[in-house]
Design a protein around this ligand. Sequence first.
Ligand code: FAD
Length: 425
Amino acid sequence: MADLPRVVILGGGAGGSELAARLGTRSDMTVTLVDRQASHLWKPRLHEFAAGTIDSTLSELSYYMVARMRGFEFEQGNVETIDTARKSVHLTGPTAPDGRGAAPRDISYDHLVVALGGVTPDFGTRGVVEHAVRLDERTDADRFRARFIALMITARESGRPAHVVIVGSGATGTELAAHLREVEGGFFRSGGRGPRDMLRILIAEAAPELMPGAGDDLRRNVAARLEALDIDTLTGAQIAEVTPDEVVAKDGTRHPADITVWAAGLVGNPALAKLADFQTDKKGRIVVDQRLCTFLDPAIQVMGDAAAFTPEGADAPLPPTAQCASQQADYLATAIPKLLGGEQPEPFVYSDRGRLLSLARAGSVGQIGFGRKNDFLVKGRFALAAYQSLQRRHQWTLLGPLRGGVAIFADWLSPAKGAQLKLHG
Ligand SMILES: Cc1cc2nc3c(=O)[nH]c(=O)nc-3n(C[C@H](O)[C@H](O)[C@H](O)COP(=O)(O)OP(=O)(O)OC[C@H]3O[C@@H](n4cnc5c(N)ncnc54)[C@H](O)[C@@H]3O)c2cc1C
């Protein structure tokens, strides 16, 4: 055991956890997964935890238990720095609520994978840090949910409508808006004013059209579904400031906002900048080559939202999606054993399987295809099934066929109705 090469994976999110589960079954290496959290939550459903259409306690997986089941080691701690000369990673924490923390320590590696994800940037906009919610991790979803519940009860009792403004019309913004419509009825007893009068939702988008980057068909379809849900949309609206109860556009227009959700874009996790002297792009992601290796050290690879990987011939890095992180986990599960054996693996090839959205009771819709030009619009049950498949696959990879099957069945039986599981977006 002592002579086996040691693979360390930093970050157990959508990509890192799948890679750990895949490599953990191998007998020719030891695998250690590091994450600052004790349990794993599937990030593409974060807006559903925030809205309350699903309960995170039913959907969290303890890293300690998955590690035992899938044959890897789990080390809970905050990743601070990498010493590339000594091949070690410096960790601190975790810290208990009473302030007592675990001793700082170093863990050594032969091969390292950085999978620390990304965060929503504030673009220096005034008031975002203080007054807006950004859905980057579980605690953000919990914070939003607590505020939303208090807001809806206050609206019911006072008769004054609640205003939620979502800045950014990507998948996170549009899906969150739809899921808020799904739960609003739960706050009102029958009779009196209808819930839609009492919850006003506005999606503000800086670009001239909704869902920048999506195809025209999908954009039009989503816009119609949002309209059917009485969700207001505003395009070309650059938000210059967020206050405790308003958002202020660049042109001075003010919109009431009891809660502002900032869902505009994604950049690399700020922790990446402190790790080592990696080459980063303007979004703070670590630049990697066609085999996902860093230019600083080929024994360090980067995947998922933390990586800036530009396929050959493309003019921009791949988008930050779980779809991409998952494909990179598959790739690394075969590339790492080859690299450890002194072989050169084939380059990583990304296959864009499209984007799908689940708009709760307004149904599922998406673009599926093998290249942007050939994408076609899918709706209804087929879209929902495709939407569900990535998380199903993720559960299967992490838990194995038996437990994965049971988890999927439990999800299916869960009281959360509407479209629950998703493919990619
Ligand atoms: C609301 C929402 C909806 C989305 N919907 C979709 C969708 O429909 N389809 C899709 O394909 N993608 C979707 N995404 C994007 C998708 O979630 C991400 O692209 C994906 O999770 C990236 O995977 P990752 O492994 O790179 O990072 P993450 O899944 O973000 O994992 C990063 C991990 O690193 C850990 N970590 C971070 N910093 C440290 C540190 N310093 N020390 C130790 N551990 C640390 C975190 O705890 C986390 O476990 C959505 C994202 C959001 C927020």
